[in-house]
Design a protein around this ligand. Structure first.
Ligand code: ADP
Ligand code: MG
Length: 680
């Protein structure tokens, strides 16, 4: 048995199960070994049947008194009913679709069951509990690991397979340099594996968990430092004099906010140095990041360099293109647009003008990363809403110039402590002030039965010529989830808001269709845009003054804040209506925070406090690799240790060339995939 063997070499895994595993990303024995429990269940104590309570999980042991299976040929899922007693009382154990399972039980034998106790009339019941009979290898008693769900594979099956994998443990050698193992007092890999899958006592399990989390975070941080070194070590970057933007700044119809001024100072310093800039700007929607990007690009152009600005959607790219054209028209700066939906002839023309240097600033979608896009002398690279882009996409774009200056803009607020760690490869600036005179969006909470009032208000705003967004959590109606769907809502509003132009946009539509509808909304030919969260990203329609969020209890705080940021972009007072159908405490707390503050950073911190990292800090969103056992927020202390260790390693050996770092290097490569290319 070897780590690289395929999973179907295990006993009990045929083609069907192998496929189920593959869907969960598990193909080899090594993958399964690194499939860690999500939590543990303490099942050390048996409870006498006479003392069971309904509604909770219990472990019981008893003798099978009788077994009833009514094999009705017309009913596929005829139940199997067992009566089990331990002398204190009896309980009924039921398995639907009992045909296959009936043969596993014999009367008068003893079994252990674990599951939730319910009541069927007066009688206690367990439906589909886990069970164990004397002599089975995988026990259901003790401290039992609970693995993440894999559709088509039961918990018990996973545990049995993990038992088979135990043979591999002795072969798991230490792979980290001795120095690190000693400094961080790391448990041995085989010990860690044993105690994570088969915990015997709490402290050994915690030691093991620490080791495995440390491994994962060390790999992550080493990769990030490697990327930072590769991009940052570049000598002979391009120096740009920021003061060349002063004309543009002087002509702006407003004064820069304090936050904007500070960030601009950071950028000017970066630009002046030969070391390429590599900076992240975080700032709430509407805090004025785009102007900063414009100033940066303007200075670049004045100093003889081209700039590129990449946006995550075509609509956003076009929006930027339009505003850059407008803002730069007086200065003779040429702007080009590149999107994949453009005609080949149009594209060719843009590419030619780009290569000759006729186009100073290129705006576009992912299309700008394509190999055929060549610049004459690219000096400034800007990505907007960067959490939609991966590390690799950013790098590909940078490679189109010789060590250009990179600026990344994001409206996803992240507490600074976390950002420093997450964006290991970037310097960070924050804009925490909003432009003067900006009216805060007035946020109001409505309970489900007050919807009518909310929509009456919407009608009034529409009658004044304003526009509105209405967001629903689902696309289609669902029997399973009790929430409004965008389609249902759309139909309802067609009647309710008769006389106004209502349109629907959702994530399952083609990108061009979405762009079309949103384009019409931006142009004002649509009054009400009903949607799912697809409109979350940066669309800018100043005339839209109302945001209605249906079933607000189904959205996270950060998401609600982002949605709210779609309005309040013009001079008029804007409104956000949260329609909440839940009485839960969490929902109430989220709504309260939102009604009270509009500071994105404050909201991010509250979000963190309320629900832990969740989606907001999901690494995927930030273009980072997916973590298996670690949680970047909850394991912040381990992260810091791992970061220090990674820093030490990469300072000593930036390219990870030492033989003793080979296993780490392999792990980094595996984790980052195409985002990194290491010589192995
Ligand atoms: P962001 O990209 O951060 O969401 P934008 O750069 O699009 O924000 O700015 C939103 C609006 O505020 C734009 O219309 C912009 O012209 C305006 N704006 C930017 N900075 C200022 C400022 N200092 N004072 C007044 N208005 C500003
Ligand atoms: Mg923006």
């Amino acid at each position: 048995m070897e780590l690289k063997d395929r999973i179907d070499t295990l006993k009990g895994v045929g083609p069907k199960k192998a496929e189920a595993f593959a869907k969960a990303g598990i193909n080899t024995l090594e993958d399964l070994l690194n499939f860690f429990p999500r939590r543990y269940e303490d099942r050390r104590k048996e409870t006498p049947i006479g003392e069971l309570e309904t509604g909770k999980d219990f472990l019981v042991r008893g003798t099978l008194l009788s077994k009833r299976y009514s094999a009705n040929p017309y009913k596929k899922n005829a139940p199997l009913t067992l009566l089990v007693s331990d002398g204190t009382a009896a309980i009924e154990v039921v398995f639907f679709n009992g045909r296959y399972i009936a043969g596993l039980f014999s009367v008068n034998r003893e079994y252990t069951f674990f599951g939730k106790v319910t009541a069927n009339f007066e009688r206690l019941q367990m439906v589909h509990p886990e069970f164990h009979k004397a002599g089975d290898p995988a026990d259901i008693r003790g401290v039992i690991p609970v693995y993440p769900q894999i559709s088509g594979i039961s918990q018990n099956e996973i545990r049995k397979l993990q038992l088979q994998l135990r043979q591999l443990y002795p072969g798991l050698a230490e792979w980290l340099p001795e120095e690190i193992v000693r400094e961080y007092r790391l448990a041995d890999p085989s010990f860690a594996m044993e105690h994570i899958h088969f915990p015997k006592d709490g402290s050994q399990m915690l030691q093991s968990k620490f080791r495995l989390i440390f491994d994962e975070l060390l790999t992550l941080e080493t990769g990030l430092f490697y990327i930072k070194n590769e991009t940052g070590k570049a000598e002979g970057g391009i120096a740009v004099d920021g003061s060349t933007a002063s004309d543009f700044v002087r002509d702006l119809p407003f004064d820069l906010t304090e936050g904007q001024k500070t960030v601009w100072e950071d950028i000017r310093r970066d630009l002046a140095s030969e070391k390429p800039m590599s900076r992240l700007i975080q700032g709430d929607v509407g805090s004025g990041k785009t102007v900063i990007a414009e100033m940066t690009m303007f200075a670049g152009v004045k100093c003889g360099y081209q700039s590129v600005m990449m946006a995550p959607t075509e609509l956003l790219a076009k929006q930027h293109f339009a505003s850059l054209k407008k803002d730069f028209s007086a200065y003779g700066v040429e702007i080009g647009l590149l999107c994949s939906s453009m005609k080949t002839s149009e594209k060719r023309q843009v590419l030619e003008r780009l290569q000759t240097g006729e186009i100073h600033i290129l705006v576009g979608t992912h299309a700008v990363i394509q190999p055929d896009v060549k610049f004459k002398n690219l000096g400034i690279v800007i990505t907007d809403e960067q959490h939609r882009f991966g590390v690799n996409q950013r790098r590909l774009l940078s490679q189109k110039g010789r060590n250009p200056n990179v600026l990344v803009m994001t409206a996803t607020p992240i507490p600074r402590t976390l950002a420093v760690i997450l964006y290991g490869d970037l310097d960070i600036s924050q804009i925490r002030t909003m432009p003067l005179g900006r009216k805060a969006v007035r946020t109001t909470l409505f309970h489900g039965d007050e919807r009518g009032r909310a929509y009456n208000f919407v009608k009034k705003q529409l009658a004044e010529g304003k526009q509105a967004y209405v967001v629903a959590p689902l696309i289609e109606e669902s029997d399973k989830v009790n929430a409004r769907s965008a389609e249902e809502l759309y139909k309802e509003l067609l009647t309710k808001l008769k006389g106004f132009r209502v349109a629907l946009v959702h994530g399952a539509m083609k990108q061009e269709e979405k762009d079309d509808v949103m384009g019409e909304f931006a142009a004002g030919t649509i009054d009400v845009l009903v949607s799912t969260v697809v409109i979350e990203v940066g669309i800018n329609v100043p005339n839209a003054t109302v945001m209605v969020i249906e079933n607000s209890e189904r959205f996270g705080l950060a998401q609600l804040h982002q949605l709210r940021g779609r309005v309040g972009r013009g001079a008029d007072q804007s409104y956000c209506f949260l329609i909440c159908a839940s009485d839960s405490r969490e929902a109430a707390e989220r709504n309260k925070i939102l009604c009270e503050t509009s500071d994105g950073f404050e909201i991010a911190e509250a979000d963190l406090r309320l629900r832990g990292p969740g989606d907001l800090f999901g690494t995927r969103q930030h273009g980072l690799p997916e973590m298996h056992i670690s949680d970047l927020v909850r394991h912040g202390d381990v992260l810091e240790k791992a970061r220090n260790a990674a820093k030490k390693i990469t300072e000593k050996d930036p390219r990870l060339e030492a033989e003793e770092l080979r296993p780490l290097k392999q792990r980094v490569q595996k984790m980052f995939g195409e985002d990194i290319r290491l010589e192995l």
